[in-house]
Design a protein around this ligand. Structure first.
Ligand SMILES: *Cc1c(COP(=O)(O)O)cnc(C)c1O
Length: 438
């Protein structure tokens, strides 16, 4: 038996960890979820190791992935993936910022992408068949995935990105690595890139030649490790309060789903706040009970410009589609770019802290929640800051009117030479290119 994963569409049989991770998507087009979510004990929470993030992550990963993945392997995957700091910064008496941007690509996606890379590399080690990863990106995912898989034996990565539609910094991060990472510059937009990768996954002729998998956030092995830092934040803010609030800036709702998983594992969280930009699909659902996908609107928090968030299916499944239960754990608000800019200014002037637009949206979510629930105003609250402000340098500069230091991780890529393969926006070209690589 062991660890099994079922599809949220419930039309296919549960599969093993290996199959869930290496195929990415169930055949019935649902999303994989773990059939069993372990619960931590009260003693675990009290004694939760605070010594380092990797140690805490290992304790949690053991509960989930053993015996499938031996302890020695888990330790090595975790120590390689999480080789950076995860500070919880206190802003005032009750407000904390969980800084998730100290990884190599300066966004929280490093957590999921690097863990997934380690796990996939372990799972393919037994086979002599090369694994080919196709991933479409609107910017941040591509760099996190590329970085996580760089130099991994047995794995080739192809990143499809929309030509001229990502920032120069993001393009540098994707196109300068070389080796087993190939950047495919598509003459189209992000939706075209996503459509082309989907077409490749459905191409049986290609799949007979290439062992293809996806590295987008639909892969369950990217989601699970994101639940670890919710425990870490709890362990860090030592008030041992059982009414913790988390405010999460949401796009595809993967980060939030990981928090809900942590709660299901026994983390005492009183409420999660889903903070969205003008793409208010989640808040709209919480208000009306209707899930209504829309075409995405462009905002300054562009990593959250998602009109049909894929992880929503996981949230609905986790609560058996019972909106009243969902509403007990989750509230949602949406905010305009003007509100986001104004809170960035306010927090900088009042608290000397630089928020970028995604984290600022999370901060707005917390303030709105406190306004509507005055009785809970003094409860400790944690806002997730999902990216380093230098990644969104233009808007931060313009709003705060300050000079911005470029972190070493970004400096390193600026001077490197761009290398990409330019492809037309049609599947024939992508197919020919991939076919020629084998
Ligand atoms: C991807 C991303 C988000 C959205 O996270 P989801 O898990 O898709 O909800 C928020 N902020 C930044 C900086 C991101 O890159």
């Amino acid at each position: 038996m062991g660890l099994l994963f079922y599809s949220t569409n419930h039309k296919t049989k549960p599969v093993t960890l290996e199959e869930a991770v290496l195929t990415g998507l169930p055949a019935d087009k649902g999303l994989f979820m773990p059939a069993h979510i372990p619960r931590v004990s009260a003693t675990f929470l009290q004694e939760m190791s605070c010594s380092s993030f990797p140690e805490l992550a290992l304790e949690l990963a053991r509960l989930i992935f053993q015996p499938e993945i031996p302890e020695r392997e888990l330790r090595s995957i975790i120590e390689t993936a999480f080789n950076f700091a995860v500070p919880l910064v206190q802003l005032d008496e009750t407000t904390f910022i969980l800084e998730l941007f100290h990884g190599p690509t300066l966004a929280f996606k490093d957590f999921g992408a690097r863990f997934m890379a380690g796990l996939m590399s372990y799972l393919v080690r037994k086979s002599d068949h090369m694994l080919t990863i196709l991933v479409a990106t609107s910017g941040d995912t591509g760099s996190a995935v590329a970085n996580g898989f760089l130099d991994m034996p047995g794995i080739q990565v192809y990143i499809l990105y929309p030509q001229g539609k990502i920032t120069d910094m993001q393009e540098k991060q994707i196109t300068t690595l070389g080796n087993n990472i190939t950047a495919l510059e598509i003459a189209g937009d992000f939706d075209d890139c996503q459509r082309l990768t989907k077409q490749a996954f459905l191409d049986n002729r290609l799949r007979q030649k290439l062992r293809l998998t996806s590295a987008n956030s639909i892969n369950i092995s990217r989601l699970i490790p994101q639940s670890f830092y919710y425990f870490w934040a709890y362990a860090q803010q030592k008030s041992s309060c059982d009414d913790l609030l988390f405010s999460v800036p949401c796009g595809n709702y993967g980060n939030l789903t990981a928090g809900l998983l942590a709660r299901r594992m026994g983390l005492p969280v009183s409420r999660f706040i889903a903070a969205a930009n003008s793409n208010a699909i989640g808040p709209h659902y919480l208000e009306t009970g209707k899930y209504e996908p829309k075409k995405a609107i462009r905002t300054i928090s562009n990593a959250m410009d998602v009109g049909d968030p894929s992880n929503f299916a996981r949230i609905l499944d986790l609560y058996d589609h019972d909106i009243d239960l969902i509403r007990q754990d989750l509230v949602g608000y949406s905010f305009t770019d003007e509100q986001t800019k104004s809170i960035m200014k306010d927090v900088y002037l009042r608290l000397k802290y630089i928020l970028e637009p995604h984290g600022a949206t999370g901060f707005l979510g917390l303030l709105e929640f406190q306004k509507q629930n005055p009785a809970l105003q003094n409860k400790p609250a944690i806002v997730l800051e999902t990216a380093h402000h230098a990644k969104f340098c233009a808007v931060v500069k313009q709003v705060l009117n300050i000079a911005i230091e470029v972190p070493i991780q970004l400096q390193n890529t600026i001077d490197r030479k761009k290398n990409s393969v330019v492809l037309a926006n049609n599947y024939v070209e992508l197919h020919e290119f991939l076919d020629s690589t084998t």
